[in-house]
Design a protein around this ligand. Structure first.
Ligand code: ZN
Length: 220
């Protein structure tokens, strides 16, 4: 999911308040930029497999998270799911500002989105886009709060709560890991318009990503 507005304020890493975090996260500096899958790629259309118990704590998992951060930074993303770089695994990362200017960063494995009771849900409509549908944005209503339970790289339990744009991000990435895309939630007409706009704009988006890939290389 692409970024929202950027202002200086509180930072939360893995859900915990920290004193600050570099504009270019160290994970992104370590990681390799991978190709971002696009709508039509089969890996985006099935539920990703769970991270197995023996995989927690392994360097392969840490490298995957680094690669996801590098790829998200290059694409100016607020969130990225593993199947968006072609990896069939229940994992997503985020570097996302919420509506209060708090910057949230982190990763989560085997995430489960809490189902909010209907009475507790307040839907808000906002513009949403996706790195795998490069170019367009569309207005979409979603609950303005989200809670996700999962594990970190080392298998420690993790709970992440989001409001506003960050809640939207958590829901959007959870959708990805189930094989969904935000355009599935649009009416047919909106979906067709988004795909048409993608065809018109994707070359420009890819050119910008290529430029930022070069920029990231100079920062290492
Ligand atoms: Zn997306």
């Amino acid at each position: 999911m692409p970024v929202g507005g950027r202002v200086r304020g509180q930072v939360r890493l893995q859900g915990e308040v920290v004193s600050g975090y570099p504009e270019v996260p160290p994970e992104a500096l370590r990681g390799e930029v991978r190709r971002i899958t696009v709508v039509g790629d089969e890996v985006l259309r099935r539920r990703c497999r769970d991270v197995a118990e023996h995989e927690f704590g392994r360097p392969e998992l840490a490298r995957l998270i680094d690669d996801m951060f590098a790829t998200m930074w290059v694409a100016e993303g607020a969130g990225l799911a593993a199947n968006q770089i072609g990896v069939d695994l229940q994992a997503f990362v985020w570097d996302c500002f919420d509506d209060d200017g708090v910057r949230h960063l982190g990763h989560i494995l085997n995430p489960v989105l809490d189902e909010l009771p209907a009475g507790a849900r307040r839907l808000v409509e906002a513009e949403e886009g996706c790195l795998s549908v490069p170019g367009p944005y569309a207005a979409l209503a979603r609950p303005d709060a989200a809670v996700v339970h999962g594990r970190d790289l080392d298998g420690r339990p993790l709970v992440v709560e989001g409001r506003g744009y960050f809640a939207r991000c958590l829901q959007h990435e959870a959708d990805h890991l189930g094989g969904g895309l935000y355009i599935d939630r649009l009416a047919a007409r909106g979906r067709r318009a988004a795909l048409r706009h993608m065809e018109e704009r994707k070359a420009e988006v890819f050119a910008k990503r290529a430029a930022r890939t070069e920029e990231l290389a100079t920062l290492r």
